[in-house]
Structures are given as structure tokens and as C-alpha cells.
Design a protein around this ligand. Structure first.
Ligand SMILES: NC(=O)c1ccc[n+]([C@@H]2O[C@H](COP(=O)([O-])OP(=O)(O)OC[C@H]3O[C@@H](n4cnc5c(N)ncnc54)[C@H](OP(=O)(O)O)[C@@H]3O)[C@@H](O)[C@H]2O)c1
Length: 170
């Protein structure tokens, strides 16, 4: 029964789709008729998520902070489904610490995943993205609320920067 399904025939990439918002989105999108690729760093959680979703889904293990992993993700998409209609750059981590406790390692970890990972997830999807496709970024209200420092602020600001570039195609 495909009647009334909003995403029938659409191909979707969701980074960080093994739990939380990413998994819930993947489940909903598959119910709406899409074929979904989900990612995550932990293979076991990825396998469990693929099993839970049940069909029309592929899991591609990878870390959005590693460009080689993103290349492998999109090579897999290109080989099997050819094009992308929706990319949901959802993978991210929130680790709040007081300003005085921020270390170089903490800074690099959060920015590598939340900022670098989000930007390259989108950049590397562009060659496969169909005209009229959608790019969805998961950010946070942390940039406008008085919360302790985290890399959510640039994650929230990226949308305005990224939306300038692809132009009317998307
Ligand atoms: N939940 C909230 O209240 C809230 C509020 C503001 C913003 N957000 C943002 O919304 C997004 C999803 O949040 P959530 O609460 O659903 O998170 P979650 O339940 O912790 O799930 C995060 C997902 O992202 C994956 N992930 C994390 N780091 C990754 C990496 N480097 N590469 C690839 N996958 C990675 C995780 O799998 P692995 O660990 O196996 O990689 C997991 O599948 C995040 O970007 C978060 O910052 C959430």
C-alpha cells in the first residue's frame, strides 16, 4: 500500500541514525515510503537499528568527523541507489562543561563532529543531490539560550552559511 505516502521512492541519508532523533526519523521516513541510509560509529548499534527498522534501510558504519568515512558512505549510496533526495545531517554530540574546564581535546572532539562533520556531510552529498532535494541540519537552542559552552552554537549557525551556496537547485 503506497497510496498517500509522502516520501515514496525518495532516497534519504541520515547521519547518526542508530538512536534518538536520527533513528526516529529513519523509522518515520521508511514508513512514508523512503529508502534510508543510516550511519553511526558503533557497528553493533547500527546493526540493531537496521534490524529494528526492518526494511528499505542500509547501515553504513562511519564517523562524520572522518572524511574518508563520509566518502565511503556516499560511494555506497552512489553504487546502490545512485542519487539522494534528502540528507539529514543529524549526527552530533552535546557535552556541556564550564568555560574554565574546556580542554583542547574537548574542543576538538565537539568541533570535529558537530561543525566539521556537519559541513562535510552536506558538502560531500551535493554531487548526488537531486534538484529540489532537501538538506536538513540538526542544531540546538544552545546558541540562543544561556547554556555552558558547546559546539552547538556553530552547528546552529551553519544553516545560514550553507544555504547560500547550493542556491536555487535545492
Ligand atoms: N536530544 C536533544 O535534546 C537535542 C538538543 C539539541 C540538539 N540535539 C542534536 O540533535 C542531534 C541528535 O540528538 P539525539 O539526542 O538524538 O542524539 P543521540 O540519541 O545521542 O544519538 C546520536 C546519534 O549520532 C551518532 N553519532 C554521534 N557522533 C557521531 C559521529 N561522530 N559520527 C557518526 N555518528 C555519530 C550516534 O551513534 P554512535 O555513537 O554509534 O556514533 C547516534 O546514532 C545531535 O546533533 C544533537 O546535538 C539534540
Amino acid at each position: 500500500m503506497t497510496e498517500g505516502k509522502k516520501l515514496q521512492g525518495k532516497v534519504v541519508v541520515i547521519t547518526g541514525g542508530t538512536e534518538g532523533i536520527g533513528l526516529a526519523t529513519a523509522e518515520l521516513f521508511v514508513k512514508e515510503g523512503a529508502y534510508v541510509f543510516i550511519t553511526g560509529r558503533r557497528q553493533q548499534q547500527l546493526d540493531e537499528a537496521v534490524k529494528a527498522i526492518g526494511g528499505n534501510v542500509s547501515g553504513v558504519q562511519g564517523d562524520v568527523a572522518k572524511l574518508a568515512d563520509l566518502d565511503r558512505l556516499y560511494e555506497t549510496v552512489a553504487k546502490t541507489q545512485k542519487r539522494i533526495d534528502i540528507v539529514f545531517a543529524n549526527a552530533g554530540v552535546g557535552e556541556f562543561v564550564p568555560l574554565g574546564d574546556v580542554t583542547e581535546e574537548h574542543f576538538d572532539k565537539l568541533f570535529n563532529i558537530n561543525v566539521r562533520g556537519t559541513l562535510f556531510t552536506v558538502q560531500k552529498a551535493l554531487p548526488l543531490l537531486n534538484d529540489g532535494g532537501s538538506i536538513i541540519l540538526n542544531g540546538s537552542v544552545a546558541s540562543v539560550k544561556g547554556l555552558p559552552p558547546s559546539a552547538s552554537t556553530p552547528q546552529v549557525r551553519l544553516p545560514s552559511a550553507l544555504s547560500c551556496e547550493p542556491g536555487p537547485r535545492i
